[in-house]
Design a protein around this ligand. Sequence first.
Ligand code: MG
Length: 337
Amino acid sequence: MELTYSDLDLRLGQPFRISRGTQTIAHNVLVSLTHEGVVGTGEAAPSPYYGEHRATVCAALAVFASELGDDVMQIEAVLNRLDSCLRLNGSAKAAIDIALHDLIGQRLGVPLFQLYGLSAERTPVTSFTIGIDTPSAMARKAAAASAYPILKVKVGTASDRQNLTAIREVSSARIRVDANAAWTAKQAVAALDALREFDLELVEQPVAADDLDGLRFVREHTPLPVIGDESCVVPSDIPRVLGCVDGINIKLVKCGGLRRAFQMIQTARACGLQVMMGCMIESSILITAAAHLSPLLDYADLDGNLLLTDDPYQGVTAERGQLRLPVRPGLGVVQRR
Ligand code: MG
């Protein structure tokens, strides 16, 4: 297998702010694996929060190039070799995992959802994310997103109440909130209590990633389901968060790709946890990959591509939020012309 990779800069239509920072461009990496004339495509969306940058992705890929071997069907062995030569580096591993899945699907002539035994008729509705801004700007964004029946609103600021009030004036969408670890446990309980009138569906990551006692405290003191995101990165994190959360948010670039995500979904289910899949700022390559597993989810937050001005790829679509999978062999993503 021949591995090549190149820069994939993705521009956002508007700056995207969460409680810990603002992003206007994503410095992602496009990955291609070529085997017997067939090309598999993957993407890395490195997040500095998880210790990755474009430079670390490229360095990891250079290491991985000599570990791939030449049997695309041996995906488990390939991924284990990547894990044993470099720990962590989830987004670099996800890019390889997705490109391998794309190659396997093309070789077998089946879309990835079929490879996983899933039905394209069972996809969920994705939420559309409203980043932190002024109350009027957030209301404007919510109004512009009126086609989406579920909004994920970023919280964790002093003006959460004003922001939600402004959004509720223009939108009757179902609303989930995500604090991205902004609060202490007591702040979270007070903040969520102050937002009670907005009829929220769930809260994501109210407290710091390693504050598991805090997560448990919030869960015990708010009626909302608590979903762990930053607290639950890889499969081995699931036992740690049991009893502290009602569900977990799985991301391909955190856990290392489709195979590890599938493992996390099954493990979470066995533990009685709800399952969300989320994303970073990603092109349709990563979003489509995640969407292939979406029939297994309770909640989908797969909108990273919808926030872009110049997504170079097309794959899954989200008409009124309803995910529609491409029915083509492999990943099913094509380049826009
Ligand atoms: Mg989150």
